[in-house]
Design a binder for this molecule. Structure first.
Ligand code: AMP
Length: 520
């Protein structure tokens, strides 16, 4: 992480619903959020394909009701996932655009573009959003942007990270680092607050609660006065956020429509679903500041108008399970980081969905009435943290007061499955999630055959098929001892760049093999 690169480097928060780009301005000694051509600091992560062109951002979002089947959003929910994943199958039911099974189990988005049917892999679509962010930055800065730090949810697994990185490369960017979103927010918080005179401790424990459009990330960190940011634990859910709250409202409205119109179901009408989605998201946002929000749509389906009024209490009731889940995951993160709630000095809330009053109340109550820090602008904190790291990695941080040092943890457990007679079933965890990096761990295996296959996985599930395959290698010609067994030492070694070296050595003969897996 310390290697410096040439050229302008920006930070990009690639969000499920919105994206944001930022740059560290060394002359002004601050981060600048890069506005888009409409002058907004956030750009919808939305794409629209039509007969003549591709629209990205605001223009794409604005025409969704007219062209729902060819307007694509939520790509972050697809990236790195398999088509058959239950979450993908579930999400698909709510999308007005078509998703099919593509190559090697990957989902593929099918749209009509310039009069032809086109299929796009998730990383190709994310690349279009990233390209737009790059071009917007170039227009604003008046120079080419070559490098970027891109943020990802802390909970993203290897495949999701690989494909996000691939999207960056396809967009013409040199991806300096994939930074966990809550860590990015913590860097922004750290740089904003390091000179705070009220900071009377050497080290502060900060919990970052980041509830966005598609993902929930929670991170427990310590920040020292010297600028060392040490991540203690990360947690969350890659499928929990504002979109789920929208879906609850949409489902409620679908049922209301059914009730009012003797069983008429609008589910098969993508245009109606698209319009309802826009109206529900707006009502949800309104409910953060009002007690009632109307939803009124003319000619929603078969010429029938739809009109209802949602109360804040109803909204909270519809989403109670999701809200409770956030608190459970928060508790889990504290447990993983071996901390009690009283150890936490600051609770920083970021992400658009953390504006929901009920969520704020629940977090405050969890921390026994502690006042939450909302000073970080959710829309820009993540991009700001990424911009600060980008400046540091590209050597454009001479004027940064404090040298930010980042000590991270691994977001998902790493382990192996040992294939015996061609069968591999379960994964044994070697390095559990939330272990600080760098780290290493050795285990000894007793093998009763002359060949052993070591298969490396990432994930939290006991069954290998539910985890992500990272790589495999074999040791052959093993020498069995008098007990018909050979002793094999397997070593996992993970460096600060997230590069994993897995080696296996037969102790009696010193025969050794290893593989290197990059970007965990
Ligand atoms: P983010 O990914 O952090 O940009 O968050 C985007 C999500 O926040 C979307 O689901 C928005 O609908 C949601 N959001 C933005 N503002 C509000 C608000 N005032 N109240 C509730 N949700 C909001």
């Amino acid at each position: 992480m310390s290697k410096k690169v040439k050229g302008t480097a920006i930070g990009i928060d690639l969000g499920t619903t919105y994206s944001c780009a930022a740059i560290w301005l060394s002359r002004k000694k601050r981060v600048e959020i890069i506005p888009n051509e409409q002058g907004n600091r956030i750009t919808p992560s939305c794409l629209a394909f039509n007969d003549s062109e591709l629209l990205v951002g605001e223009n794409a979002k604005n025409q969704i009701a007219r062209n729902p089947a060819n307007t694509v959003f939520d790509v972050k929910r697809l990236i790195g996932n398999r088509f058959s994943d239950p979450q993908v199958q579930n999400d698909m039911k709510m999308w007005p655009f078509k998703v099919m099974k593509g190559d090697s189990e990957k989902p593929s988005v099918v749209v009509e573009f310039k009069g032809e049917e086109k299929k796009f892999a998730p990383e190709e679509l994310s690349a279009m959003v990233l390209k737009k962010m790059k071009e917007t930055a170039e227009l604003f800065l008046g120079k080419e942007v070559k490098n970027a730090v891109i943020t990802v949810p802390a909970y993203f697994n290897n495949q999701q990270r690989e494909e996000t990185k691939e999207a960056g490369t396809r967009a013409g960017l040199n991806v300096l680092h994939l930074l966990n979103e809550p860590t990015a927010a913590a860097i922004a918080y750290g740089v904003d607050n390091l000179s705070d005179e009220n900071w009377n401790k050497d080290k502060k424990t900060v919990l970052v609660f980041d509830l966005g459009g598609g993902t929930f990330d929670v991170s427990l960190l310590t920040i020292s006065k010297k600028g060392v940011i040490e991540v203690k634990a990360v947690g969350g859910d890659t499928h929990l956020g504002g979109e789920d709250f929208d879906t609850s409202l949409i489902n409620y409205c679908i049922n209301e429509f059914k009730k009012k119109n003797t069983g008429v179901d609008i589910r098969g009408n993508p245009r109606a679903l698209g319009r309802l989605k826009v109206a529900c998201e707006k009502a949800k946002r309104d409910l953060s500041s009002t007690i009632f929000a109307p939803i009124e749509i003319d000619c929603l389906h078969e010429g029938i108008d739809f009109s209802t009024k949602i109360s804040r209490a109803k909204f909270e009731e519809l989403n109670a399970t999701y809200f409770d889940k956030c608190i459970q995951l928060l508790e889990e993160c504290l447990r993983d980081g071996n901390m009690k709630k009283k150890d936490v000095d600051e609770v920083v809330v970021v992400g658009g969905s953390s504006r929901i009053p009920k969520i704020q109340r629940m977090v405050e109550e969890f921390f026994d009435g502690k006042t939450l820090c909302r000073s970080l602008n959710g829309d820009k904190a993540v991009a700001s943290g990424a911009a600060i790291l980008a400046a540091r990695l590209s050597g454009n941080d001479d004027d940064m007061k404090n040298d930010v040092v980042l000590l991270d943890v691994i977001p998902c457990s790493l382990g192996i499955s040992v294939k015996v007679n061609g069968v591999s079933g379960n994964m044994d965890i070697i390095i559990p999630k939330n272990r600080s990096i760098p780290t290493s761990k050795k285990i000894t295996l007793l093998v009763n055959q002359t060949r052993v296959d070591i298969i490396v996985y990432q994930g939290e599930n006991a069954k290998v098929m539910d985890n992500i395959l990272l790589g495999e290698f074999e040791l052959t010609g093993l020498t069995l001892g008098p007990d018909r067994k050979s002793k094999i030492e397997v070593c996992f070694s993970l460096d600060t760049n997230g590069i994993l070296l897995v080696s296996a050595e037969e102790i009696s003969t010193r025969q050794r093999k290893s593989i290197t897996i990059t970007k965990i």
